[in-house]
Ligand binder design. Structure first.
Ligand SMILES: Cc1cc2nc3c(=O)[nH]c(=O)nc-3n(C[C@H](O)[C@H](O)[C@H](O)COP(=O)(O)OP(=O)(O)OC[C@H]3O[C@@H](n4cnc5c(N)ncnc54)[C@H](O)[C@@H]3O)c2cc1C
Length: 415
């Protein structure tokens, strides 16, 4: 315990060294990194509690390791703190004095929400939708904290249009490594602002983020189209993100051995599943383009016509286009039902060795041959989701885009 120094009573009173608590806070979704145990877990009830802790550590001759833990859905121990302390951010949530979720409108800024770093995105959605508002950029899964995704990027099918979540933050309150609470934005303490966004939790603890909101749509038209040719699939994806018409574009691989409806969302009806399975038995690998158009009461009469225009000229396999009409909230929270089903079968709490990559547009065809066909298809082992979709580099603030030079694809496996 010596590396923690002589902790004062105000810090000790919020600290647990119970081995069960330590084990619980040292778990993450990946279950790949298993033994990076901290010396204790800190449960702050106010922002000042976190300031006190960081200041105390900073003043030691050798500061100890401190990691904020959001919802622990990292995959490689990112929220762990071996021999240091984990700060459980959700314990802030019980205190009304902290930021919570507050919605404002301003003649300059438009609509925005001030959101505590500990808040889950599902709660941000539920709070904003009550006012017919919503953030513009999402992740596929919403049971992640605002601080957790803003420390990464927050990428999903809306990224081509609005940029990742880190592009849609106007301002933050951050506790720095010295224990100072600093407000930052692109114009104020901008170095800190751009370091913390996508900064993997290494530049400070996000206490409050000011998130851009827009008027929320009521419903969505959700379309999936199947391809047997990767070149046609990517050309159509690129075309769809280049036109100003859609709200979400993603895509995924379909393999003979994986289930057609998976944990990410149950989409295809039983009869369509049979039809797709028969196609897959001939092709072994297929590509599924997924797109969404939001609509409202005042566009409900024209949405079908608009969709027809959007898919006209696309090169999917004739007869293999499928539609679903659902609410905006159900669409955004689409992964939850799959999660609950896997949880009920004890299949959620298992290791998740995931890989997320940006691949330059210039190499995506080679990637299909070398990785999708020569490894994944040949091994016939992968049964999880493999996503592949384009994002537009111009949608990333130049201060935030550290990944690739031009156009990128994200590939995500779930084994
Ligand atoms: C089922 C599932 C689906 C996912 N889908 C997507 C997706 O579509 N798009 C996408 O971009 N990502 C996705 N992710 C990845 C996810 O966005 C990241 O793993 C995210 O970091 C998890 O958030 P968390 O609250 O669980 O963070 P944690 O795992 O608790 O923490 C992650 C990192 O953030 C730091 N951190 C946490 N809170 C704060 C804070 N307040 N201030 C500063 N640093 C902090 C931690 O120290 C750590 O380094 C998915 C993850 C899962 C499990």
């Amino acid at each position: 315990m010596s590396n923690l120094g002589n902790l004062p009573p105000n810090i000790l009173s919020k600290l647990s060294r119970d081995s069960n608590v330590i084990i619980e806070s040292s778990k993450d979704f990946g279950k790949v990194v298993l033994e990076k145990f901290p010396d204790g877990v800190y449960f702050p009830t106010s922002v000042n509690d976190i300031i006190d802790l960081i200041k105390f550590s900073y003043d030691l001759s050798v500061p100890f390791h401190i990691a904020a833990r959001g919802h622990g859905h990292s995959i490689r121990g990112q929220a762990m703190a071996q021999n240091g302390l984990i700060v459980e951010m959700n314990s802030l949530n019980n205190n009304n004095e902290n930021c919570g979720i507050r919605i404002y409108s301003d003649s300059n800024l438009g609509f925005y929400a001030d959101v505590g770093g500990e808040q889950l995105w599902i709660d941000v959605l539920n709070a904003t939708i009550e006012r017919d508002l919503a953030p513009v950029s999402w992740t596929d899964y919403l049971y992640l904290t605002v601080g957790g995704t803003l420390s990464n990027a927050g990428i999903s099918g809306q990224t081509f249009r609005y940029g990742p979540q880190i592009n849609n933050v106007l301002e933050m309150d951050v506790i720095t490594g010295k224990g100072e609470l600093v407000t930052c934005s692109k114009d104020m303490n901008s170095e800190l602002f751009f370091a913390v966004l996508g900064g993997l939790g290494q530049f400070g603890i996000i206490i409050r983020a000011r998130i851009v909101l827009q008027k929320a749509p009521k419903r969505v038209k959700w379309v999936r189209m199947l391809y047997d040719d990767f070149s046609k699939f990517t050309k159509d994806q690129e075309h769809l993100i280049s036109i100003d018409g859609l709200d979400y574009v993603e895509g995924s691989l379909m393999l003979e051995q994986s289930s057609i409806n998976n944990w990410r969302s149950s989409f295809f009806s039983p009869s369509n599943q049979t039809k797709i399975a028969s196609l897959l038995s001939q092709n072994e690998i297929m590509y599924c383009l997924e797109m969404v158009k939001y609509y409202d009461d005042h566009t409900s009469n024209t949405i079908d016509e608009e969709l027809k225009k959007l898919v006209k000229g696309l090169n999917y396999l004739p007869g293999f286009i499928f539609n679903k009409d659902t609410t905006f909230v159900e669409f955004l929270d689409r992964v939850r039902s799959g999660e609950l089903e896997l949880q009920s079968k004890g299949l959620w709490d298992v290791p998740h060795p995931w890989l997320n990559l940006f691949v330059p547009k210039s190499n995506i065809m080679d990637f299909n041959v070398a990785v999708f066909k020569d490894i994944i298809l040949k091994q016939k082992k992968t049964t999880g989701s493999i996503l592949v979709y384009p994002t537009c580099r111009k949608r990333y603030s130049h201060n935030l885009f550290r990944c690739t030079k031009y156009f990128a694809f994200a590939f995500k496996g779930f084994v």
